[in-house]
Write a protein that binds this ligand. Structure first.
Ligand SMILES: *Cc1c(COP(=O)(O)O)cnc(C)c1O
Length: 463
């Protein structure tokens, strides 16, 4: 499989070339040259595989430059520390299914991609003798997942900026209690936007970037999307078997359009008769919901909510969807994205909206409804949802009809204990592994929001 840019102006890449890339050099995103549509026979051959075997079979469609036995070993290593043997178990709660994606080391779904990315980075670096320094900014979940993904890996150091005292206590602890010679947590005296702006500015200093071989692990990384496709297949097989049915609907709480885009690709491979539609669930930051329901993709202010990992306005993977939506036309994609970057809005026609709605249903769930859903769902089923998963469940239930409904649970409720306890009216019990974090020693550096200070810190410690 070769890879191209959504804007069509770079030479074709191999899979390995995509692994350390963020944006393509023409400003587009990297996508596979084609998405294979599987035959019924191919699909049935995948049905009874375990998670790791399934991942290997799916990855093989997209990775032709890593040997199968190596790929198999990477997958085994990536998922061996998950607390659930099935990696992403599907459980029934009331009359819907919950796909639990939070059994990795940082209790949220980003582990599924970043545990794989960590071992993949290390292998490619060891093969070539190269070293990299990862630099990123986090408002919570991604930073800890990235740190756990690369800690202890050879030839990699990681620098993660977070806003000092402005991430949740558990999120901070999950980062700062990782004591590893090549893991650096930098607590910035400022906001998440300050952190992100500094990271962007540092990457723009091409000389600095090259000298320290700086790399990102952001949500546009193709290998991350690819690893997330696996659990859509997994959930489809578990539920279609139990319900003895052909079609399901899957509800996905969405921020950057990464997770749901992986679902969109899985649907392309499986066929629209298998995943009837995806339900795109947003919180009050509803640009994607407005897109699906009214064709209005226009940027508004980011509003902080109780599902903070979805507090996003410009969804970084959206361009990939547009590329497929317009029949893999890079000229059209480029033209629209360039217009969007000037006008901060795209308006879609009635005909286009109808077409989008063949792929997605969508609802935006406000914070009051989210809290109410956590409470009511617990009362009805005994299952405790985290605020992100609750957004997905509520949106899913709005569209519940004859199709079995699968809702993605993207974080464990113990990651957001204050909100969940408030919703339930009693304090939730923290798992022992999370409780333990409060007693571990922490290591982090506090720096002012000044680029030169951050650069100096990195240059002293980069490998
Ligand atoms: C990142 C995140 C999301 C949103 O996922 P996207 O891929 O950005 O759409 C949802 N829930 C949780 C808990 C997350 O960490």
């Amino acid at each position: 499989m070769k890879y191209v840019s959504t804007r069509g102006e770079i030479p074709k890449l191999d899979f390995k070339d995509t692994v350390f890339e963020g944006l393509a050099e023409d400003g587009g995103l990297i996508v596979p040259e084609r998405i294979p549509k599987l035959s019924e026979k191919e699909i049935e051959e995948l049905r009874n595989l375990n998670y790791q075997e399934l991942a290997l079979r799916i990855f093989k469609y997209y990775v032709s430059d890593i040997e199968e036995k190596d790929l198999k070993e990477l997958i085994e290593r990536a998922y061996k520390n998950f607390r659930a043997k099935e990696v992403t178990p599907v459980v029934k709660a009331g009359d819907i299914y919950i796909l639990e994606l939070f059994h990795g080391p940082t209790w949220a779904f980003k582990d599924i991609a970043l545990q794989f990315l960590g071992v993949l980075f290390e292998k490619l670096l060891l093969d070539t003798g190269k070293k990299i320094n990862i630099l990123g900014a986090t408002s919570g979940d991604t930073g800890s997942a990235a740190i756990y993904g690369v800690k202890g890996k050879k030839n990699i150091a990681i620098f993660i900026l977070h806003p000092y005292k402005r991430v949740s206590e558990i999120q901070a602890l999950m980062m700062t209690t990782v004591i590893d010679p090549h893991v650096y947590n930098i607590a910035i005296e400022g906001t998440f936007d300050d952190c992100q702006a500094m990271v962007k500015a540092i990457f723009m200093d091409l000389e600095f970037k090259r000298r320290y071989r700086l790399t990102t692990v952001n949500s546009i990384n193709w290998a991350r999307i690819m690893s997330q496709m696996v659990y859509y297949f997994w959930a489809y097989f578990r539920v279609s078997e139990k319900e003895k049915c052909e079609s399901v609907r899957i509800s996905v709480p969405t921020g950057n359009f990464g997770d749901i885009f992986a679902g969109y690709l899985a649907r392309k491979m499986l066929g629209e008769n298998k995943i009837e539609r995806l339900i795109l669930a947003t919180n009050e930051n509803d640009i994607l919901c407005r897109f699906v329901n009214n064709g209005d993709y226009s940027v508004r202010e980011v509003k902080p909510t109780i599902s903070p990992s979805m507090d996003i306005q410009v969804a970084s993977n959206f361009e990939r969807y547009l590329y497929y939506f317009y029949g893999e036309d890079p000229k059209k994609t480029k033209e629209i994205m360039e217009r969007f970057s000037k006008e901060r809005a795209i308006k879609f026609t009635e005909e286009e909206i109808k077409r989008v709605q063949k792929d997605f249903l969508s609802a935006s769930i406000n914070q009051e409804k989210t809290l109410e859903t956590i409470r009511e769902f617990y009362q009805e089923t005994g299952y405790i949802l985290d605020p992100h998963s609750a957004v997905g469940v509520k949106a899913g239930l709005k569209f519940k009809d004859k199709y079995p409904l699968i809702c993605l649970a993207t974080a464990h409720p113990a990651k957001f204990p204050e909100t969940v306890s408030q919703a339930l009216g009693f304090p939730i019990k923290l798992p022992e592994e999370i409780e333990k974090l409060y007693h571990l020693s922490q290591r982090f550096e506090i720096l002012p929001a000044e680029i030169e200070k951050v650069k100096a810190f990195i240059s002293k410690r980069a490998i």
